[in-house]
Write a protein that binds this ligand. Structure first.
Ligand SMILES: NC(=O)c1ccc[n+]([C@@H]2O[C@H](COP(=O)([O-])OP(=O)(O)OC[C@H]3O[C@@H](n4cnc5c(N)ncnc54)[C@H](O)[C@@H]3O)[C@@H](O)[C@H]2O)c1
Length: 430
């Protein structure tokens, strides 16, 4: 992994295929999935794939053989045939990606491996769904866009927070015009990960903490950016055009280490470059402003902030509250649940209590993706969304190094952003 390049490597790039915006999956009764990475996330997600009718997990991969075999055991326990197991080193994913019996590769590995695995999956003819963030560098984001267009395979950031109940309700209210004309939004990943990042057992090695020695800025923008981008139809009528980022000093990890980590631990050789809290402002083509925050190294309760404001009112989450004209006129926050019956998304009406972690949104994302693949619908989000939502990783680093100077967010759609089309706010299929 390396630090992010500053200049937009799109300049002079030759487009290799037509747009993938709105391109449907080929219809298929059974979706055949390969799982790459069986750590915390992969083990949490496999059950969603296995629980759905018409989904087969045909191959699993993790260089830690014990984990790969646990993945295979989970498939067998679900009553499916034993999957192929790839556990021969860091590059065995290439063999999985070359198989001919997979339609989708799901990638839940350390960040630095997302790009090579996504690339191999598309070159091997598979659609690919990648955990956050989809890649770490701007040139890699462009290469994923180019490869998706060239191979006609979708490369999707599996941005599960877009499927949260509150997020989907706000999305539908925004699209129904209840906030008036949209002006501003905010999203964050404020999640105290200090104990997990220094745990010798939680992650497979220190990969996540190591990124804090390499990049400043917002290392994990997707959970905050994705939902707000959907509210504002980013890449579907509006576009994110620039980002300015400011970072605090990086003190939290070293302070935690001093108090909790025995001297002699390898982490004592590391220098954290920060920032503890990064605050970014994204400007859109229609002049709207999106505030992004990232903080995983100081104490505070979990928050994705999640807010949206327009000419008719405002929503703020954590805790959820709303103020909308003409419903509210007393300058007091009101109860957001009052809007559930009218504005809950059809996925949440169909699944009142979805299973699994994160309040059920992981399940709904997998359910919806498998539905789109089986029915031959376009995905709710595509490579342009993946690249846009991830662009703050390299660009916040570059902006902080330039004292907050705005960095251009490339138009990964090459103009297609001006066309309105559906996203996570889908219509229930007949
Ligand atoms: N969307 C979400 O809500 C959410 C939640 C948790 C984690 N994540 C993301 O999931 C990913 C994995 O996180 P985690 O907590 O499971 O980490 P982890 O360290 O527990 O698991 C990563 C796994 O990938 C395996 N791996 C490493 N290199 C590999 C390679 N070359 N080929 C195949 N497998 C390889 C490791 O052996 C390990 O089992 C990260 O991108 C993380 O940001 C997303």
């Amino acid at each position: 992994p390396g630090a992010a390049p500053v200049a937009d490597p799109a300049a002079g790039r030759r487009r290799l295929g037509a747009t993938m915006a709105g391109v449907p999956f080929e219809r298929r009764s059974t979706v055949r999935v390969g799982i790459v990475g069986y750590g915390n996330r992969g083990a949490g997600m496999i059950g969603h794939f296995l629980s759905l009718p018409g989904v087969r997990v045909n191959a699993v991969c993790d260089p830690v053989r014990d984990k790969a075999e646990k993945a295979a055991a989970a498939v067998a326990a679900a009553g499916q045939p034993a999957p192929a197991v790839y556990a021969n080193g860091e590059n065995d994913f290439e063999k999985l990606c070359a198989r001919t019996d997979l339609d989708l590769v799901y990638v839940a590995t350390p960040w630095e491996t997302h790009f090579p695995i996504a690339r191999a999956a598309m070159l091997g003819g598979k659609h690919v769904g990648v955990e956050c963030p989809v890649a770490m560098r701007l040139d890699e984001l462009w290469e994923l866009v180019d490869l998706s267009e060239q191979t006609r395979r979708h490369c999707m950031q599996l941005e599960n927070c877009c499927y949260g109940r509150n997020e989907m309700r706000v999305l539908r209210m925004a699209h129904a015009g209840r906030f008036g004309r949209l002006l501003h939004g905010a999203g964050a990943y404020n999640h105290d990960l200090r104990a997990l990042m220094f745990s010798p057992t939680y992650y497979e090695g220190p990969w996540r903490r190591r990124w804090h020695t390499q990049l400043k800025g917002d290392l994990y923008p997707n959970h905050g950016f994705g939902p707000v981008a959907m509210y504002m139809d980013i890449n579907r009528g509006d576009r994110a055009v620039s980002i300015s980022s400011f970072g605090t000093p990086a003190l939290g990890l070293a302070e935690y280490r001093r108090e909790h980590v025995p001297s002699g631990d390898p982490s004592w050789k590391e220098t954290y470059v920060g920032s503890d809290r990064t605050i970014s402002l994204v400007q859109t083509a229609l002049g709207r402003v999106i505030r992004l925050e990232h903080d995983v190294s100081t104490p505070h309760p979990y928050s994705r902030v999640n807010s949206l404001g327009g000419t008719r009112g405002v929503f703020e989450d954590y805790p959820a509250r709303i103020y909308l004209e003409p419903d509210h006129t007393d300058d007091q926050w009101a109860d957001f649940s009052a809007y559930a019956a009218e504005f809950d998304h059809w996925l949440w009406k169909e699944h009142a209590d979805p299973p699994g972690a994160h309040g059920g949104m992981d399940y709904l994302m997998v359910y919806r993706l498998m539905q789109c693949m089986r029915l031959g619908l376009p995905p709710d989000f595509d490579v342009y969304d993946a690249a846009t939502w991830t662009a703050p990783v390299p660009l916040s680093h570059a902006s902080i190094n330039a004292q907050g100077a705005p960095q251009e967010i490339p138009d990964f759609t090459r103009g297609a952003w001006q066309r309105a089309r559906s996203g996570v706010d889908s219509v229930k299929p007949a």
